[in-house]
Every structure is written in C-alpha cells, then in structure tokens.
Ligand binder design. Structure first.
Ligand code: BTN
Length: 325
C-alpha cells in the first residue's frame, strides 16, 4: 500500500497533466521536508513512473507504467463510490481472501482490492484461476447493496453485463455472455466472475465480486491446457489495451447497473443480459452436482435462473450449473 502522501503526490502529478507541481507546497501542506517529498518521488521512479523536475517549478509526470494501481485507475474513474478506495498489491495469493477480510472489518461499499498477480487465484467450483503478472485484471470489489441473500446470485448477472459493456467501450470488441458468469469472445473464455457472500439470515452484509479479465496475455502466456479454451482481449483485438482504463469502465457500469438493479429490480438487467446471451435458443447440457440435464435454453427467468426446455416439453429452472453448448 502506498503512503497517503505518496498517493496524494501521484494524484496531483496526474491531475496536473504534465505541468509541474510544487514539491515545496506539498511539503508545507503535509508538514514534511522537501527531502521527504524528493524521497517519495524517487520511490515512484523505482515503481516505473517517469518524473521530470524543473528548477523553481517542481515535479511533472512524463510517463506512467502500465499498472493497475490507484494512480492509473483514478485518472479514468468517474464513479461516486466504486473504486474510490483501492487496495493495490503487486502479488497476493488471491484478492478474494483479502476482500473478505476487509469486508468483515467494515470496508466501505465499493472498496476495490486489485493485484498485478495472484499466486493462488480461485475460480468457481474450487477450480484454480491462472493470474499471470501484469497481463490481466485480477480484482475483487466489495459491495453492500440492501438486498435479501437469495437475490445475491443475480449480482453475477449484473456484473457480467457491466463487464461486457466496458469491454465494448474500451476495446471495441463484442463479447457474449455464457450463463451464468462466463464472458466469451469467438467461443473462448475472456472473463470469469466469482460472487461470494457475507450475510445475516435476512440481509446481505457484503458481496465480494471477484472478476478475472484476460486482458493482455499472448497465447503462450496461458498454460497448455487452457490454450484452446481461453483468450485475451489483446489476442482478439491484435493490440494491447489499457488495463487501468478498462477497470475504471467496469466500475462505472457496475455502479450504474447495481444502482439500477437495487432501484428497479431485475427486469431491466434481464433485457440487457439477454441481448448479450450466447445460449438462448441453443441445445445445451447443464451439469449440476447430482445430475445432468439437456434441453433448449429459453433464456433467464425474472429472477435470473436459466430456463431449459427439456425433451418432454417441460421447462426446468436451473439455479447453478456448468454449461456445455
Ligand atoms: C470462474 O471460475 O470463472 C471465476 C474466476 C474468478 C477469478 C477472479 S480473479 C480476481 C478474484 N480473485 C480470485 O482468486 N478469483 C477472482
């Protein structure tokens, strides 16, 4: 974590857009010496920021590294609550555990835990999630919507729609959603969402929205067993994307759609979700813990269940399953 003075310094360097900011003014404001400010500047340079200095005028930002840190994300951030507190790490086992602990310790709605690398990334159904350093977006958002716990799974669908919108906007690529939480491009997985819950019997305390987005990997960055089924935005678009910009866009749509959902219910989200769904009208196989069923996907119900029409014509609502198309 950055010290508050260093974060403030970075924020002002970004806000000044290449113009110099006075080291003396910041030193005075925080009751520090100019040497202390200079040390923070040196630390930022060690982290990859290129900073110039002009005699009598101060420090100015020349270039920032492609990191998903607070400074780079904040530069693009337009939200009110989501991402206004960011806990950034270079490497962690998994951002989910940190977010769970923070939520238990009272972290505020919209707190984001994000890392350049995860060494023990968690997928759904206790599967591992490959999280190569500096290539993808590995983040867990703590949200505190006023909801009964049975509605929490719908937030996965809200998140899927928000991520698709953000990818369209930032990368100009059209992904599709595979129920409930996979985002695909050309049939390969580009994003996974893991929704976890902290709850009282009748009210959600916090939802931890874990999102893994394959952004700038090349094919060889994926382990062999994933190469046929996973892809990245860079592979699909043929150029690198600005991860910090994508994070900010995801947070923007997440805040917008979560607020819409809390205010108006699932109906408007359902319309958006179905417009992006990859499976409507297709014959699919849904594997659950104790059984596997096959049928035609009709869409999702008013509360987010997958509706399958079975061979005998009956319609079966599916709450959670692995889907094969
Ligand atoms: C899936 O299985 O499709 C869900 C993958 C979720 C991965 C993300 S990456 C950030 C967060 N931290 C984790 O360990 N998992 C989630």
């Amino acid at each position: 974590m950055k010290s508050p003075v260093k974060s403030e310094l970075l924020k002002r360097l970004f806000a000044a857009q290449g113009e110099p900011i006075s080291g003396q003014d910041i030193a005075d404001e925080f009751g520090l010496s100019r040497t202390a400010i200079w040390k923070y500047i040196k630390e930022l340079e060690e982290e990859g920021y290129e900073i110039g200095s002009q005699r009598k005028k101060g420090y100015y930002l020349i270039d920032a590294p492609d990191l998903v840190n607070q400074g780079n994300i904040t530069e693009y951030l337009t939200t009110e609550r989501y991402g206004r507190i960011i806990k950034y790490f270079t490497t962690v086992p998994t951002t989910q555990t940190i977010a769970h602990e923070d939520a238990q310790n009272g972290a505020q709605d919209g707190t984001l835990v994000i890392a350049e690398e995860q060494t023990a990334g968690k997928g759904r159904l206790a599967r591992p999630w490959t999280s190569k350093a500096n290539r993808g977006i590995w983040m867990s958002l703590i949200i505190r919507p006023d909801l009964a716990p049975q509605y929490a799974p719908q937030l996965t669908l809200v998140a899927a729609v928000a991520i698709v919108r953000a990818i369209e906007e930032v990368a100009d690529i059209q992904p599709v959603i595979k129920w409930p939480n996979d985002i695909l491009i050309n049939g390969k997985k580009v994003t996974g969402i893991l929704t976890e819950l902290q709850s009282d019997p009748d009210r959600v305390k916090a939802i931890i929205l874990g999102m893994g987005i394959n952004a700038n990997q090349q094919q060889s960055d994926f382990p062999e067993e994933l190469q046929m089924i996973a892809t990245s935005l860079r592979i699909e678009k043929g150029e690198m994307i600005d991860r910090a910009q994508l994070v900010a866009a995801i947070l923007k749509y997440l805040e917008q759609y979560t607020d819409l959902y809390v205010e108006k219910g699932f109906a408007p989200i359902k319309i958006l979700w179905e417009s992006y769904a990859a499976i409507t009208g297709k014959n699919i196989k849904a594997s659950m813990v104790h059984e596997t069923v096959e049928g035609i996907a009709l869409g999702i119900s008013h509360d987010g269940m997958l509706e399958l029409q079975l061979a005998d014509g009956t319609v079966r609502g599916i709450y959670s399953a692995d889907i094969e198309i």
